[in-house]
Design a protein around this ligand. Structure first.
Ligand code: PMP
Length: 337
């Protein structure tokens, strides 16, 4: 038995019970581990869906060029699908993203333009603006726009949500998801709430992002926006893919807690995942008083740890940011003194 191409291996990711890191959190805590997708992240699902949608509507034509502002994971999915389907890719990303992510995109033959992080989205140097300009200038090009393209959340409505429902045999009570474009939480959350409206959908946000305040007050507060370290989640604008009606609450997690928790998932569960998984577990632990022992909680682990080797899996990086100051002494650290 074989697959006809790599894209057919996307999805049907495992659901794995967490046994150590969430000790003290009531309920059964299950992680949906999206690292087994061929691009090592959940974003493969929506990348293929956006491309197939654009092919159907005629926006993407044979031999065309895909241009997108992406932090890496969406780019991986798009680059992989582009190879199979015969398109070229140009990506814009920010200087905040892991070098590993940028190198991985280049490994797939994509052109990557790195733009400054700390500029307004409307600034001509921002990765949003640069990708929009390229779309105007490059002939036969198409910009998926993962933030506002609803094929993104639709992929999770069609795949991620049903997989979770089936894997938990309909027993899921809570879905916990880091929110970036909003595609994962809105699509999977909508599907699950249609199956059982009592399911609680919790979004994980970062300090420096607008989502939580907007959900609670309806106010888009620019004072909420400032630079942060956590990758993949939080935004400084409201993407169309964030369906606030599906999300019951947002919880913010600090950069430090997200980083240390990410490292702990590897050390305590043997699951090697990225920064937003740590943020999601950190948020879940902060919200533990809302849970009961009979609850079944699904947490999404969006991407693979290999993309963060120079960051939260690097002790110097952690120490430089003051994230390791409370760390207990180990044999190695004592010998190094
Ligand atoms: N975690 C990581 C590592 C991501 O790359 C993304 C996508 N930005 C997310 C979480 C958030 O997923 P979504 O865009 O579907 O909200």
């Amino acid at each position: 038995m074989w697959y006809n191409n790599i894209l057919e291996t996307i999805g049907n990711t495992p659901l794995v019970k967490l046994n150590t890191i969430t000790k003290g959190v009531p309920g059964t805590i299950l992680a949906k581990i999206e690292t087994t997708n061929p691009g090592n992240s959940i974003k493969d699902r929506m990348a293929v869906k956006m491309i197939e949608d654009a092919e159907k509507s005629g926006k993407l034509k044979p031999g065309g060029t895909i241009i997108e502002g992406t932090s890496g994971n969406t780019g991986m999915g798009l680059a992989m699908a582009a190879i199979i389907k015969g398109y070229k890719c140009i990506f814009t990303t920010t200087d905040k993203q892991s070098k590993e992510k940028v190198d991985a995109l280049r490994a797939f033959g994509a052109e990557v333009i790195v733009c400054p992080t700390n500029v307004e989205p409307e600034d001509p140097r921002s990765y949003y603006s640069v990708s929009s300009r390229l779309e105007r200038e490059v002939p036969n090009s198409w910009k998926p726009n993962q933030y506002d393209n609803l094929a993104n959340s639709q992929a999770h409505y069609e795949q991620t949500g049903p997989e979770i429902w089936e894997q938990t045999e309909g027993k899921i009570t809570h879905l916990v998801v880091g929110v970036g474009t909003g595609g994962t939480i809105s699509g999977a959350g909508k599907y699950l709430k249609e199956k059982n409206p009592n399911i609680q959908v919790w979004g994980i946000d970062t300090y420096g992002s607008v989502f939580k305040k907007y959900k609670e007050t309806g106010i888009f507060d620019k004072d909420e926006i400032y630079p942060y370290i956590t990758e993949g989640i939080g935004e400084d604008f409201l993407p169309a893919n964030v369906n606030f009606d599906v999300i019951d609450l947002f919880e913010k997690v600090t950069d430090k807690d997200a980083a240390l928790m990410t490292r702990d998932i590897a050390r305590k569960e043997g699951i090697f995942v990225g920064n937003s998984a740590g943020a999601a577990i950190g948020g879940l632990i902060q919200l533990k008083d809302k849970l009961k022992p009979e609850d079944v909680v699904v947490v999404i682990f969006h991407d693979h740890g290999s993309r963060y080797m120079g960051k939260m899996y690097n002790e110097d990086w952690l120490r430089e940011r003051g994230f390791l100051q409370d760390e207990k002494l180990t044999a190695k650290s004592i010998l190094a003194k």
